[in-house]
Design a protein around this ligand. Structure first.
Ligand SMILES: Cc1cc2nc3c(=O)[nH]c(=O)nc-3n(C[C@H](O)[C@H](O)[C@H](O)COP(=O)(O)OP(=O)(O)OC[C@H]3O[C@@H](n4cnc5c(N)ncnc54)[C@H](O)[C@@H]3O)c2cc1C
Length: 417
């Protein structure tokens, strides 16, 4: 079934009786050409592009919970292409280009809103770094505008510009950045993959990876064994645990990242604002809630929930930047498990095991990567060659030291990311 304005009108006039579930609920088959472990954004997007770009439709996505229950439905929805380093810069640019045609490709409203994103800076040194990053973005073909204090004041006058701790010097504005509705992205990719014949198997946890003579041949799951010629791992925060089933130890640590939303308010913030010195960022959802977050919890954990010390830390910074936020009431907070790589950049590569492919290391930035990640991972699985937009995201960089992309310039310390 295709969605269209006409269809909405027809259904509205006939009691909405013609809508069908977005995807089937199939029983697992005994064998697939490709199994994707993880029904998050990346796994679903990979399945969609395997089917739509490479004609590989005998595919199953195995999800231990439900579609959209992982980080793809827990993030703060920011989409941007303002990465600085070669390798990441091309990749996120590729992803943003895919976002711009995504709703048409999926025939689904993911509410992609290019409302712009502004990264504030609070010192001369930070302004130099922003100018350098902006030039890199422009030379990559993306957009960036360096704004001084007066220009930022005009655009977002409600900030506390003259605070003594980190006075606002200006901002780097990225007009094509913005937001998308996170769970709609999961649903849109799921529906599109299902329509091309991909089996989405929920409540199906992978508990083992079967390998014979250095080659994968299937998985063990809570719904029984399933054979496969190729297996893609896209388990985000659980990547280390899934890779361990194949005897691999990844350069990944899992940390919790939390987020918060207020009650619905009238429109007051029409862009995305980030305040790196305060580990704080904010936007307003289409429902009116102020959606905001901050830094990682500083220790490794698989607990996908919030806690009070981080709530205090984030809200202190919110109050410093935006005193008006005191009037808003926080409705809820939550957490998701981040797969933090040691250089802050993702890994999209073959493994040493024939037929086993790895997609992980998204840190706290993998939502914006969803179409790009699925697109290049599908290419890798289908052709056994890395896509040119992800050629730098190799696993062996952590062994050889060559090609490390220290995107956050924090070295190997996750808690400084
Ligand atoms: C609070 C928060 C804010 C964030 N904000 C942003 C943002 O604004 N912008 C941005 O770009 N990124 C953001 N991120 C990061 C982004 O959400 C993640 O990097 C991205 O969603 C990870 O990819 P995914 O969607 O495939 O992950 P997930 O949705 O977590 O998918 C992985 C799936 O694998 C499944 N799985 C795990 N183990 C198994 C197993 N053994 N068997 C079967 N299935 C398994 C899990 O259940 C899960 O559904 C944020 C994350 C959080 C938590």
């Amino acid at each position: 079934m295709r969605f269209s304005g006409l269809r909405v009108l027809k259904e509205g006039l006939t009691g909405n009786k013609g809508w069908k579930p977005h995807w089937r609920d199939p029983q697992p088959k005994s064998e697939y050409d490709v199994i994707i472990i993880g029904g998050g954004g990346h796994g679903l997007a990979t399945a969609h592009y395997l089917a739509s770009q490479h004609g590989i439709t005998n595919v199953a996505v195995l999800e231990k919970g439900y579609i959209g229950g992982g980080n793809v439905g827990r993030n703060t929805t920011i989409v941007r292409a303002n990465y600085g380093l070669p390798g990441n810069s091309e990749f996120y640019s590729h992803s943003l280009n895919l976002w711009e045609g995504l709703e048409e490709d999926l025939n689904y409203n993911v509410m992609h809103s290019q409302r712009g994103i502004i990264n504030l800076f609070n010192s001369d040194g930070a302004r130099d770094a922003a100018a350098r990053r902006g030039n890199q973005m422009i030379s990559q073909g993306d957009d960036a505008v360096l704004m001084d204090n007066a220009a930022v004041r005009k655009m977002i006058p409600y900030l506390n510009f003259d605070q003594t701790r980190f006075p606002i010097y200006g901002g780097l504005y990225h007009p094509r950045g913005g937001t998308a509705r996170h769970d709609a992205v999961a649903w849109g990719f799921a529906r599109a993959a299902d329509q091309r014949g991909v089996d989405l198997i929920q409540q199906c946890e992978v508990t083992g990876i079967d390998i014979v003579d250095g080659k994968v041949c299937g998985v063990q799951t809570t719904r029984g064994p399933i054979r496969a010629k190729k297996i893609g791992m896209a388990a985000a925060g659980r990547s280390s645990q899934v890779a361990a089933m194949a005897g691999m130890r990844l350069p990944i640590e899992s940390h919790v990242l939390q987020a918060f939303v207020t009650e619905g308010l009238k429109p007051c913030i029409d862009t995305v604002i980030t305040y790196p010195m305060g580990h704080f960022y904010i936007s307003q959802s289409d429902k009116g809630g102020l959606v905001f977050g901050g830094a990682l919890d500083y220790y490794s954990s698989y607990a996908a929930r919030g806690n009070l010390p981080m709530a205090e830390h984030v809200i202190e910074n919110a109050m410093t930047l935006m005193p008006m936020i005191t009037k808003a009431r926080v409705l809820r907070s939550w957490g998701g498990i981040m797969d933090m790589s040691f250089d802050g950049s993702p890994i999209i590569d073959k493994t040493h095991i024939d037929g086993l492919y790895l997609n992980c290391g998204w840190c706290y930035g993998g939502f914006k990567a969803t179409p790009g990640s699925g697109h290049v991972f599908a290419h890798l699985i289908a052709t056994d060659r890395p896509h040119k937009a992800a050629a730098a995201h190799r696993l062996d960089r952590f062994r050889t030291g060559r090609g490390i992309m220290d995107e956050e310039a924090t070295g190997s310390q996750h808690n400084l990311h």
